[in-house]
Design a protein around this ligand. Structure first.
Ligand code: SAH
Length: 233
């Protein structure tokens, strides 16, 4: 079943229009076929009942019960020099159920704040595609780029992924039942020693995932995946 963003019209009907309609045409969905519709944080199983040159009309079969992510996870990701890497991280973070992505500016990250702001629209499009692909009606919000000195540990558990030092093993941290977790990941070139000290002083707990160094995208995706698993198990 392909999923689209729809607009509610009337009690159990949805309209698919604009870019979403183009997407439906590309997928060659025909009258009578079932589609998923995302509307205001919910997913509906619907049937396509009318099609014209600009819009498609669907009728609701049922509201699909999609359980929300087990915890409110915020990914604070140093902006990779290679923007494609950031796009990949945004896509995977959405699939995994991250609720907030904060682009982080560090000494060795991509640092042009205006250029990042300009690319936010592209990231939001990637997030929407990932929501449809993974049938997740929950949006991942992308915040404005934030300098490392301005981030604060504001969740129940605040993790700094650090491939140096004697960070804890992630499975040693008590996570079951936590409502919110924050995870900070460095850029391709890593954090400086001063940045790690700054974040530790602020109260972030250092975690080492593996004895070897992972790429920033691997560290993010694996880190978030493990957190999602540990908070719910
Ligand atoms: N070039 C850097 C590697 C940076 S990897 C170096 O040689 O040190 C990018 C980021 O991914 C790191 O800043 C860290 O946040 C995370 N990371 C990579 N491997 C990790 C590991 N084994 N454990 C925890 N975090 C890791």
């Amino acid at each position: 079943m392909y999923t689209f963003f729809g607009k509610k019209i009337g009690k159990d009907k949805f309209l698919i229009e604009g870019e979403e309609f183009k997407h439906l045409k590309v997928r060659r969905i025909r009258l009578g076929e079932e589609v998923g519709i995302i509307w205001e944080g919910n997913l509906y199983r619907c049937k396509l009942i009318d099609l014209n040159s600009k819009t498609a009309l669907c009728i609701t079969i049922e509201l699909v019960c999609v359980s929300p992510p087990p915890a409110n996870v915020t990914l604070i990701q140093a902006v990779p020099i290679e923007f494609k890497t950031f796009e990949l991280i945004a896509q995977k973070a959405t699939e995994l159920g991250v609720r907030k992505l904060i682009p982080l500016i560090t000494k060795r990250s991509y640092r042009k704040v205006d250029a990042i702001e300009k690319k936010k629209g592209r990231l939001e499009k990637i997030v929407k595609e990932a929501m449809k692909q993974s049938n997740r009606p929950y949006i991942m919000e992308i915040l404005s780029p934030t300098h490392i000195k301005d981030i604060e540990p504001s969740s129940d558990l605040n993790i700094l992924l650090d491939n140096f030092g004697d960070g804890k093993c992630i499975s040693e941290l008590p996570m079951k039942g936590l409502k919110s977790v924050e995870i900070v990941v460095g850029p391709e070139g890593g954090f400086t020693k001063e940045e790690v000290e700054l974040l530790k002083d602020k109260g972030f707990i250092t975690v080492k995932l593996k004895p070897n160094v992972l790429r920033t995208e691997t560290a993010s995706i694996v880190g978030v995946g493990i957190i999602m698993n540990l908070v719910s198990s």
